[in-house]
Design a protein around this ligand. Sequence first.
Ligand SMILES: [Cu+2]
Length: 163
Amino acid sequence: MTPINLMVRRILFLILPLFFLTFVFPVLNPATIAQSDTTEELVTVVLNDFYVHPNTSQAKAGRLTLKAMNAGPSTHELVILKTDLHPAALPRKEAKPHRGIFTEYLVNEENTLMETIDEIEEFPAGTSQTKTVVLDPGHYVLFCNIPGHYDKGMYASLHIVKQ
Ligand SMILES: [Cu+2]
């Protein structure tokens, strides 16, 4: 082996670990991956008899994950819709009659003043469900649309602001 070859090998021996630490390790490191994905928002929403409590009333536009936690004791669901209406003033309709009597109301999601974005279907007390949605800036309402639950107070506002 010539002295030049030996020198090249020594230099490579020093440079390769530096190259790995500088360029390869940050890409493989999960902490780096998590940091680069700052555009996704997480909103935790506690549902109970009878309220909807998001951990924030404001989030950034783009991808947003809703984590709904049903604190019970009833089964609940979580609907998200976009509207300029006050969360307590959504148009309602009568639920299917119980023993021939109309007793309860639910939000009329077909009303044109509102646009239903997505929904976490009914899920039991003591469990959680997640749903990822993509939201434009605007005013949204989170609510439970099991007959009677909206009227008992299961709604909250969520304001989506520009990035
Ligand atoms: Cu409910």
